[in-house]
Design a protein around this ligand. Structure first.
Ligand code: VG1
Ligand code: CO
Length: 557
């Protein structure tokens, strides 16, 4: 294919957030918006990229198929040797990570705005993953941003025909470029089979005494659910809800939490009590929610419980865990498990990219975030289906030889009785005015932090330490600062404020609240009740309502 240089001009605001660049879909689909960013990425990568192979896929949202054609032509003109594309341009984020690792690719492009709604009036996004399958480190994303500010041409192959993405197969262009459409599922499923005991999970899923339900929220895991849960694991077809992926996710918000996964929550809470286990995943298949009958496992607890049971229940971990990690706002439940297991523990800033270095260095096997992200070192992304299989493995193992069903709740209560319970919740204030949100953060940084000295009083609490979280990567020494305002009380309770880095417009304030108890009589309180005093204190010191005009959050998780 003949490469041509098309003149262009820099477009403002193409700065990568927590997880790639996200904007309204119409912004991405108009003019050179997408092409500028992709060319800037290739400019940032430079000669390193020439002659290499990459993978391309996404969560099935509106514009992905057109975007794939645009990206393939730019890749061809920039010296990429081969592009592997998921069939119909579909790849779940963890599947893309698995493909990069298995096929030893240079990297990959994932077209997704994750849990953000999709469709022509909603969001679109793209991110680059590097050669161990991990989200691009800040060094690269900063470079991309610098390139977007000075870009003056796009290299592309305008005469190249569009690729038929609907069926597997390879198309060769001349001697130095080809595109291969591959199964969206195969490499990923093969890897999952190496991690888990599929026979053991199959015996649970096919048992008449165990009812399982999985909700793909009309998003990408719909393409994976049948081959994995039904064909490979013997689950029933009617266990799968909303498993036909749609370009607009059925008009829903593909975020697996108690607010947005309404249908699943309805089946699991106060319904007819049919289901013993319910799970959902997000737009791009990296998040998960785990529910038992009338029971919610917080993501912070989920990673702790998986870590505590991993060695016993999951073959991949039979030699024990190398270490564990959580993001800073995630509750300290995992810390207690790490201490008990005697394995290294790490606390990183929000976003999966910080876990990759630890995993590559062999220091972390299991990690998680409070935002419904859980994963292991089989890939370098969080992995929704992995988390579901991890829980099914724990359930299957604990039910071996038991005559009464050991439930999700039983496993949680047993865990709390052993380790104590970290009550946790997050308040999100979405769509705030950016200036007001920034002023509130400045107030916390400038007024609250300086007076929050050790031993000072804050509401009914006594401060132990307060800071703006900073992380020095233990592997490469890079420093990430201003990662969230954190106030830790002397009883271990925590208040954390930060601004979201994944929105496409306005600002989202996140307030994270945690309180620990090992009082056996307080293990089953309602989290909102248990946390009321610390939530009230957080709202008071931040003057959130005064700054933003909001008297209640948009979403509570
Ligand atoms: C949010 C979550 C964060 C997660 C990120 C990407 O970021 O808080 O924990 O890693 O989304 O998740 P933020 O900056 O909005 O708080 V996903 O499923 O978009 O890849
Ligand atoms: Co996601």
């Amino acid at each position: 294919a003949q490469a041509t240089a098309v003149p262009t001009e820099p477009i403002e605001g193409q700065k990568t957030g927590t997880s790639g660049l996200r904007k309204k879909a119409r912004v991405f689909s108009s003019g050179n918006y997408l092409a500028n960013w992709v060319q800037s990425l290739f400019n940032a990568l430079g000669d390193e990229l020439k002659g290499e192979s990459i993978v391309l896929g996404g969560d099935g949202r509106w514009f992905n198929k057109d975007a794939a054609q645009i990206i393939i032509k730019i890749a061809a003109a920039n010296g990429v040797r081969k592009v592997y594309v998921g069939q119909d341009a579909v790849l779940a984020t963890p599947a893309a990570s698995a493909i990069i690792r298995k096929r030893k690719l240079y990297g990959g492009l994932i077209m997704s705005a994750s849990h953000n709604p999709g469709g022509p009036e909603e969001d679109w996004g793209i991110k680059f993953n590097y050669n161990s399958g991990e989200p691009a480190p800040e060094k690269i994303t900063n470079q991309i941003y610098e390139e977007t500010k000075v870009i003056d041409k796009i290299l592309t192959c305008p005469d190249m025909p569009d690729i038929d993405l609907s069926a597997p197969g390879e198309v060769q262009f001349g001697s130095d470029f080809s595109v291969e459409v591959i199964s969206s599922v195969d490499d990923y499923l093969e890897l999952l089979k190496e991690v888990f005991d599929f026979g053991m999970i199959r015996s649970l899923l096919s048992s008449p005494d165990f009812n399982f339900v999985f909700d793909a929220l009309h998003a990408v895991t719909g393409a994976y659910a049948e081959p994995i849960f039904v064909e490979a694991l013997g689950g029933k077809m009617d266990s799968l809800k909303n498993c036909v992926p749609k370009e607009d996710f059925g008009g829903g918000h593909p975020d697996p939490n108690l607010t947005y996964a309404k249908e699943l929550v309805g089946l699991m809470f106060g319904g007819d009590g049919k289901y013993d286990f319910g799970a959902a995943s997000d737009g791009d298949g990296d998040r998960n929610m785990i529910l038992g009958k009338d029971f919610f496992i917080t993501p912070s607890d989920s990673v702790a419980m998986i870590a505590a049971n991993a060695q016993e229940c999951i073959p991949y971990f039979k030699g024990g865990l190398k270490g564990v990690a959580r993001s800073m706002p995630t509750s300290g439940a995992l810390d207690l498990v790490a201490a008990k297991l005697g394995v290294p523990f790490f606390e990183t800033p929000t976003g999966w990219k910080f876990f990759g270095n630890l995993m590559d260095a062999g220091k972390c096997s299991v990690c998680g975030e409070e935002s419904f992200g859980t994963g292991g070192d089989h890939v370098r992304e969080k992995d929704g289906i992995w988390a579901v299989l991890a829980w099914l493995s724990i359930l299957a193992k604990k039910n071996e030889g038991s005559d009464k069903l050991v439930t999700v709740k039983d496993i949680a209560v047993e865990h709390w009785n052993e380790f104590g319970r970290n009550y946790f919740c997050r308040y999100d204030y979405e769509g705030c005015d950016s200036d007001s949100a920034n002023r509130m953060i400045e107030h916390l940084r400038g007024n609250v932090l300086p007076s929050a000295t050790e031993g000072s009083k804050m509401g009914p609490f006594t401060v132990a330490k307060a800071d703006d979280f900073e992380y020095t990567d233990p592997i490469d020494g890079s420093v990430a600062s201003k990662q969230g305002i954190r106030i830790v009380m002397d009883d271990g309770s925590r208040i954390i404020f930060r601004l979201s880095g994944t929105g496409s417009s306005g600002a989202t304030i996140r307030l994270y609240i945690e309180q620990y108890t090992d009082d056996k009589t307080k293990m089953l309180l309602d989290a909102q009740e248990a946390l009321k005093p610390i939530i009230d204190t957080a709202l008071e010191v931040s003057k959130l309502q005064e700054f933003t005009g909001r008297d209640k959050p948009t979403v509570i998780t």
